[in-house]
Design a protein around this ligand. Structure first.
Ligand SMILES: [Zn+2]
Length: 296
């Protein structure tokens, strides 16, 4: 099944709801980065959230980045998305291996550790908008709910989950975001809170082959809701040789000169997707010359 997300409005506009299934997208990230199960879960949760949040953007040149920096062994998780359901992501250490936590689950909190979540919205202005909060559980969904509630003043419930098979491939991934809109009543908020806290883990729900539509029906049927629209989600990286060459130039002239002196074609891979790009000595010389020219 192709990954997709849906959004809905409920309780006469008091609730905005988003739900996604992201199994293929997270599996693609796992395959590209060779992530261990706990890191597949960490990256997959972050990418799922990014896809849902990216849908709130207006223009396809805009992007949203979730960056998580912690003192745990993964160190950094980054996911970037746009309004088209295109999402990419990477981690600093893909092969972290940790025992299951005391609930018998993949220990995402342990892999991330204590730290900071940054939400970077690039909407084409000179500087992107950056919101930062400290991590409250490092399990990502709760951290994001805390971010929405404190930083954007939008009380929110967030659930994100990735279930990994014994052979390390992704069995199911997905999640939802429910947000209380300005003017929502306390009764609506409390009733929704009650439903969300009694709901089963989202991965278990999707593992039973339920759809995002069925998920929102369970969560919202008490409120009167309607689905607004639907969008496909996929892993997509917009890298190309030109972009990677700029990264190569950014290592510094001395380093680039050293690579040229070594006289061999070098390989650069894109952080986000792992695609490889090759630069011959001639290409590196041209790049260095261009870099010097750009400085003048
Ligand atoms: Zn790429």
């Amino acid at each position: 099944m192709q990954d997709y997300m849906i959004r809905a409005t409920a309780a006469d506009g008091q609730i905005a709801a988003y739900a996604a299934v992201t199994t293929q997208t997270v599996e693609e990230a796992r395959r590209r980065h060779g992530t261990s199960p706990v890191i597949t879960a960490a990256l997959g949760r972050t990418m799922t959230a990014a896809a849902l949040m990216g849908w709130q953007l207006k223009d396809e040149n805009e992007s949203i980045t979730i960056q998580i920096d912690g003192n745990g062994p993964v160190e950094r998780i980054v996911a970037v998305s746009n309004c088209n359901g295109e999402v990419k992501g990477y981690v600093h250490h893909p092969d972290v291996d940790l025992p299951l936590n005391d609930k018998g689950k993949l220990d995402v909190g342990g892999a991330v550790g204590l730290g900071v979540m940054s939400i970077i919205k690039d909407i084409g202005l000179k500087e992107p908008y950056i919101g930062r909060t400290h991590l409250v559980s490092s399990e990502i969904a709760e951290d994001l709910a805390y971010y929405f509630t404190t930083s954007e003043q939008v009380p929110s419930a967030v659930a994100l989950g990735v279930l990994v098979r014994k052979d390390q491939t992704v069995w199911t991934a997905g999640g939802f975001i429910l947000q209380m809109m300005p003017g929502a009543s306390d009764e609506t908020a409390e009733a929704l809170q009650e439903i969300v806290s009694n709901f089963m883990p989202v991965t278990e729900y999707f593992a039973m082959e339920h759809t995002p539509e069925e998920l929102l029906d369970v969560l919202l049927s008490d409120f009167g809701y309607h689905i607004l629209d639907k969008k496909e989600i996929c892993f997509h990286c917009d890298c190309n040789k030109d972009r990677v060459s700029r990264a190569l130039l950014s290592v510094g002239e001395a380093e680039l000169q050293q690579m040229i002196d070594e006289g061999e074609t070098i390989e650069m891979s894109c952080h986000y997707c792992g695609d490889k790009y090759y630069f011959t000595v001639e290409e590196m010389k041209a790049l260095l010359a261009q870099g010097k020219k750009d400085q003048d």
